[in-house]
Structure formats: C-alpha cells, structure tokens
Design a binder for this molecule. Structure first.
Ligand SMILES: *Cc1c(COP(=O)(O)O)cnc(C)c1O
Length: 405
C-alpha cells in the first residue's frame, strides 16, 4: 500500500467509527508546527489535547527514546527497571507523594485510584464504606468504572449495569458536598480544573472545603490531574497553586510529553493496601515510556519553563481580549496557564466546532471543550512569536465566522 492510497476515506472503511477525525491527516511535526499529507503547515494549539507538552519531535525526547530503544523496551513486572525507579524517585521528590504506581493512560491511573480507595476502606474494616463522590461535567476516562465516575451519563449509559455506589454532585458546590458526604464515603474524585467539561476552574474555597470534609469522614481526596498536571497550569501540578494537598493524584497526558504513560501518586499509608496480587498492568512503567517521561520531567520541572507558562497565559489572554474587543464573540476567557477556554456568548451558542473548522482553514489547530468553549492547550514551550502568529490566524477565523453570521 502506497502513501497516496492512505486517505481520510480509508478511516471510514477500516476504523471503528467512535471518532470523527478532521479531513487533513498530519504526517509530521516540529515544535508547535505540524504538516499534513499535502505539506500544508499548521500552528498547533492543541498539543495533542494537552499531551505534547514539549511540542513535536523535541530533540532531547527523541534522543531519550532512541537511546532506551537500543537497550531495553519491556521486561514485565517480574522485574523492576531503572527508568521507572528514576521517574518514581523524581515524582516523590517533587510532590506530596511517597509511592507511585505506573499505568499507560489517564483512565487506568484513575481506575487504580478508585480501586485503591475502595480497597483501603475494605482493609480498614469500614463496613459499607464504598461510596465514591464525583462531580457533574467531570471527566476521568473511558473504562467503565472511570466513565461512570465521570459526570456525563451519556458517556456511560447503554453499556448495561454500571459500577455502583457513585454519587454525582455539582462542582464547586460545597453545601451539596457537606450534605452528601458521610462515613460511607470512601473517596471524593475531582479535577482541580474541569478540562473536558469546559475549562471550568475550581473555586479555591471549595477545594479547601473538599479537603476538610475528606479529613472529617476519612475519605480519600483524589485529584485527577491527568490534564492539569506536569506544568500545564504553570505549577508542576495544579494542587500546588491551590493550597490543598490530595491523598491521591493521577497524572498522564503531559507526563510522557506524547509517549503513553500515566502515574498514580499517593502516600504510603494508602499505598499499603495495594499488596502483590491486588492490582497490576502489563505495560505500565515500561522502560521505554519511563525513559521519555524522565527527560520530559527534567525539561518541564524548571522555574523558567513554569514561569514561562504563566507569562504566556497573560499574552494569550491579552490577544484574545483584543479579538473579543473587535468581534464580541466571547463571554469570558477562563482556565489557567496554557489550558485556556474562550467561552462563546449567547449569540454563538453551540458553535465552538465552527470556530475550530474556521481555524483549520487559516492553518491553525485549536480544540473545543463542549459545544460552547474553544480550548487552547499548546506546547508549554511554544514561543511568544508563535502565540502572536496563532492569534493573527485565530482573529481571521473569528472574522470569517462573524461575517457569515
Ligand atoms: C484525558 C483525561 C482522562 C483520560 O485519559 P486517557 O489517557 O484518555 O485514558 C482522565 N481524566 C482527565 C481529567 C482527562 O483530561
């Protein structure tokens, strides 16, 4: 099969139709630039949905990957391996955590977190302590347990009986949580900024209230930092900017900067419930993924990189505000660091996808988060110059839409 036979139409023939990809097929990338099959160039503000934290084909990540590829790819969990131990040590050194479990995806890290919470309650002979509290619009992955914990029933309906004892409440509603939580609650799982749900920031007082209530009822506070983690918000992890420390934290997307890897971080007193045989994964923590993540961690966890994320947020907000002054399309710009959402006003309700498609026409890749929010999650090392170029393209896309309306 030659390259010219590989077209978007082939997707419809041979792929399960659970995605609806755009027509253009990216074939290579460099930093924040991507090229398609026809060699059209695009500025990438998607970062592979907050994954490619250091852009495409970062030379130091390529070197880390190829070096490890020549040595050892996979050994199974009958052995440990050096890259995994080095990465775990870094995560322990720079976060609240004392113990790390590696997985391959955000959903798997959250699956481990929820199972840990249930098992910890079970081990401590807490009868009936199995309730998990989660929040509407939350997103935790697509395994049946995690998608049921997620706050959109449409994603979990239609697959038969769901994992039970999961309660959903309004995000940022401390009174609702105060009323619902009890000795039966074994965990509260939430994002420190709802990503898929629409780039909804957490209320600091709510976050601190969740912490206090979890302490009062001996429930584990699980922070799903799959999207917010690893520098995305300008802190290494978002909890660091909230003055709240969770009991369990999950990380994935940016952790491998494009190579699949995830981690669940926790304290020894909880980790002790996951004794040999209670949980596992074949690929989690393999040497190849961990070698890349070690390098990504070194590159992201510097004061310059994290400071840069906060500075770039200001630049983004300024330029988006100027576009809005001109065209009046957004109700607000919200989010943190380089995870920003432009929320459409009444006039443009439900049309986020139109803005995405108009941006592609201008050679710009953006994301959406629901039908009313245009989401930006570029590489953390995108240059100021590229942000300015991107906003020139985005302005043209916004103009095209307003002219059509
Ligand atoms: C993307 C995401 C997940 C799921 O991660 P996968 O790697 O797709 O399983 C879970 N939680 C949050 C907050 C996410 O943004």
């Amino acid at each position: 099969m030659s390259n010219t036979q590989i077209t978007r139409a082939l997707f419809d023939q041979v792929m399960v139709p659970n995605y609806a990809p755009l027509n253009m097929i990216p074939v290579r990338g460099q930093g924040s630039l991507v090229w398609d099959q026809e060699d059209n160039e695009y500025l990438d503000l998607t970062g592979g949905i907050a994954v490619n934290a250091l852009g495409h084909a970062h030379p130091e990540l390529v070197a880390a990957l190829t070096e490890q590829a020549k040595k050892l790819w996979h050994v199974s969990n009958i052995y440990t391996n050096e890259p995994a131990l080095m990465l775990a040590q870094k995560l322990v050194d720079y976060t609240f955590a004392e113990k790390v479990f590696f997985a391959n995806s955000g959903a798997e890290a959250n699956e481990a977190a929820l199972k840990l919470a249930r098992r910890f309650a079970f081990d401590n002979a807490c009868k009936d302590k199995s309730e998990i509290i989660a929040f509407y619009k939350g997103f935790h992955g697509r395994t049946f347990f995690t998608v049921t914990a997620g706050g959109q029933a449409t994603y979990s309906d239609g697959f038969g009986p769901k994992p039970g004892d999961i309660t959903h409440l309004e995000y940022n509603d401390l009174e609702a949580l105060t009323n619902a939580i009890s000795e039966r609650t074994c965990a509260v799982i939430l994002e420190p900024l709802q990503g898929e749900g629409g780039i909804l920031p957490i209320d600091k007082v709510f976050a601190q209230g969740v912490r206090a209530l979890c302490d009062k009822y001996n429930a584990l506070m699980i922070f799903d930092e799959v999207q917010t983690g690893m520098g995305r918000t300008g802190d290494l992890f978002a909890y660091m900017g909230l003055g709240v420390t969770p009991d369990v934290l999950t990380s994935a997307k940016s952790l491998g900067a494009g190579f699949p890897i995830a981690a669940m971080l926790t304290l020894s007193k909880f980790a002790n419930s996951l004794t040999p045989g209670t949980h596992g994964t074949t690929f989690g923590g393999n040497p190849l993924a961990c070698a890349v993540a070690n390098k990504a961690f070194e590159l992201i966890n510097t004061p310059e990189m994290l400071r840069g994320v906060k500075d770039k947020e200001v630049l983004f907000r300024d330029l988006l505000a100027k576009i809005n002054d001109e065209f009046a399309v957004f109700k607000e710009i919200r989010g943190a660091g380089l995870l920003l959402g432009a929320v459409l006003n009444e006039q443009y309700q439900g049309r986020a996808k139109d803005f995405l498609l108009a941006s592609v026409e201008q050679g710009l890749l953006v994301l959406i988060a629901g039908a009313n929010v245009i989401r930006f999650a570029p590489a953390l090392n995108i240059s100021n110059e590229q942000i300015k170029q991107a906003m020139v393209k985005f302005r043209a896309a916004v103009q095209a839409i307003t002219l059509m309306s």
